[in-house]
Ligand binder design. Structure first.
Ligand code: NA7
Length: 540
């Protein structure tokens, strides 16, 4: 392990580094490791009090990854993957945060991270980035690595009156480390995306009464979570290197069989068996990838959707409630499919009720609780499980001024990126897992590693060639954005009002943000650009 000296600056002086890394989640930590390995002086800054990014903030009960633990982990160091032991198929938030802490300790990362510090402004001036923080510090860096995460800008519901509420309001994405005591209390949850779906069953076990306020029902597939047994772990560890290679060249960053057959070429019995197996398997991609046409043909999608609705009807005893829980307003998978544990079963509990906001919308929050068009629900705790200003939100958090304009101006009509990792006229800035890269539709760990390696390789190549500044050209950027749109238009994805499209944030441009071509093909395209002397990028 390489040792760098601590980066300190006396007060009133500007701290100068080669690379300023914004964020100390998995992307920021790996960026720091990589920069050090390559001999760059790097400093990371994070608003949180410690490492972990999304796993630092999302401490709500039931928070868990929906990618298997053996896949959702770093692959860059074979020793690290051999020494760390995952205990469950899907790791809990505390276990993932413990892993992040282990990585920070193992590579002695904290000495180059400023915690509880938020970068508020970034300005490109005289061929360097000048940064200001909310602690009044000034930083100067040749490169900036935006490792800010895709789902880190929590979003409250557009409901008035929260400040008048007498009880506790908490967002799942800002859950206090000390927890929220709901024992014996009346609890409301607004939102039924992945966070709500994970939290609801556990809150229901503790609360005296739980009221779920649902605007759009979600498809929830049982995670079929379980402990990993020793033999299984040994098998994984014995073949980890091959497994990692396969992940890197897979479609979604996980190794799973790719469909080869149209749903219409399968008999009803064959489909039934396939869907039953997918249900028992409990994996995110099993249903969406069951047949080649599920995400491109609405009628094929509807067949899978109806299978899942029938599952809901068979679990939920009150058929009136079951019908309310059945999604119908968007194709399956176009809003992120949720993995859950006892989600639908929870609605059979005596202390749980469902309010369908399509029938009776929330009008306001009042001192005693939540007022809908039909009645006031008196509660002690309100949980906002209302998601995030995804993907662009965190990047537009600091005011970033490039060569001629602010990033918020350049992206007024939607994000414009060079291959989802950089942007024209925002020189020397990398955006890890940014819009128009595979990012959120993949195993983030695989996408993070690929981006960090590509970015730091480019920095090292520039150093070798004596270049100080890179700037992606406009034309290849425009072509890339068109390609991303063209691929998504070929699928059903734009038909769901999802955060993939920015549809959950009023006024946000409606543009499908993730690149759908798959991590393997994406990696090959990025490598091709690198091997062609970073075609499409100007250097000086
Ligand atoms: P999501 O998936 O964006 O879910 C947010 C939920 O909150 C969703 O059900 C929304 O309904 C609901 N919501 C948002 N605003 C409101 C208002 N104003 N009123 C009522 N309901 C509202 O966020 P999550 O945190 O669950 O998950 C985010 C990702 O994290 C997830 O996909 C995983 O990748 C990890 P809507 O559907 O907009 O009608």
């Amino acid at each position: 392990m390489e040792k760098n000296s601590d980066i300190h600056s006396p007060s009133n002086e500007v701290t100068e580094v080669d690379a300023l890394i914004i964020g100390a989640g998995f992307a920021g930590m790996y960026s720091l490791i990589r920069c050090r390995q390559m001999g760059f002086r790097a400093l990371a800054v994070d608003a949180a009090g410690d490492v972990g990014g999304t796993w630092f903030w999302n401490r709500y009960p039931g928070a868990r990854c929906d990618i298997r633990s053996i896949d959702y982990s770093y692959s860059f160091d074979p020793e690290l993957e051999q020494e760390w032991e995952w205990s469950e198929k899907y790791a809990t938030q505390p276990e993932i945060l413990a892993y992040a802490n282990h990585v920070a300790d193992r590579y002695d990362l904290r000495r180059d991270i400023r915690f509880s510090t938020r970068v508020t402004q970034l300005q490109w001036q005289n061929d360097v980035w000048n940064a200001q923080t909310d602690t009044g510090e000034e930083l100067r860096a040749q490169f900036v690595i935006m490792a800010v995460g895709a789902l880190s800008q929590a979003k409250n519901p557009e409901v008035e009156g929260a400040e008048t509420f007498n009880g506790t309001i908490v967002h799942t994405g800002h859950w206090p480390a000390t927890g929220v005591d709901v024992r014996g209390k009346r609890v409301a949850v607004i939102g039924t995306g992945s966070s709500g779906v994970q939290a609801i069953p556990l809150l229901a076990q503790e609360a005296a009464e739980l009221i779920v306020f649902q605007r759009t029902p979600n498809y929830v597939v049982p995670a079929q979570n379980r402990k990993l047994d020793a033999d299984e772990v040994a098998d994984i560890k014995a073949s980890y290197r091959q497994h990692r290679h396969a992940q890197r060249y897979s479609h979604g960053g996980v190794v799973s069989p790719q469909p080869t057959k149209s749903l219409w070429d399968a008999s009803e019995q064959e489909r039934q068996e396939k869907f039953d197996a997918a249900w028992d398997e409990g994996m995110l991609f099993s249903f969406l990838g069951s047949y080649t046409d599920v995400m491109i043909d609405e009628s094929a999608n509807e067949v899978v959707a109806e299978y899942l609705r029938n599952r809901i009807r068979s679990i939920v005893k009150d058929q009136n409630v079951a019908e309310k829980l059945c999604p119908r307003s968007y194709p399956l998978g176009t809003k992120r499919l949720c993995l859950g544990t006892n989600y639908y079963e929870t609605f059979n509990r005596e202390n749980v009720s469902l309010v369908d906001l399509r029938e009776t919308p929330i009008e306001r929050i009042v001192a005693s609780g939540i007022e809908t068009s039909a009645q006031t629900y008196e509660v002690d705790v309100i949980v906002f499980a209302t998601g995030f200003d995804a993907m662009t939100g965190p990047l537009l958090g600091p005011i970033i001024t490039g060569v001629s304009q602010k990033l918020s101006e350049a992206w007024e009509a939607g994000p414009q990126t060079f291959m989802g990792i950089a942007a024209h006229d925002f020189p020397n800035m990398f955006m890890i897992t940014a819009p128009q890269s595979p990012s959120v539709l993949t195993n983030m760990m695989v996408s993070i590693e690929q981006h960090v390696e590509w970015a730091t390789d480019l920095m090292s190549w520039m150093r070798d060639k004596n270049f100080r500044v890179f700037n992606p050209q406009l034309e290849p950027q425009t072509e890339w954005v068109s390609l991303v749109n063209m691929i998504s238009d070929f699928t059903l994805y734009p038909k769901g009002n999802s955060w993939y499209l920015g549809a959950n944030v009023p006024g946000k441009p409606r543009i499908f943000m993730p690149y759908l071509g798959g991590v393997g093909p994406y990696r090959e395209q990025c490598d091709e650009v690198a091997n062609d002397n970073y075609r499409g990028i100007d250097f000086s």
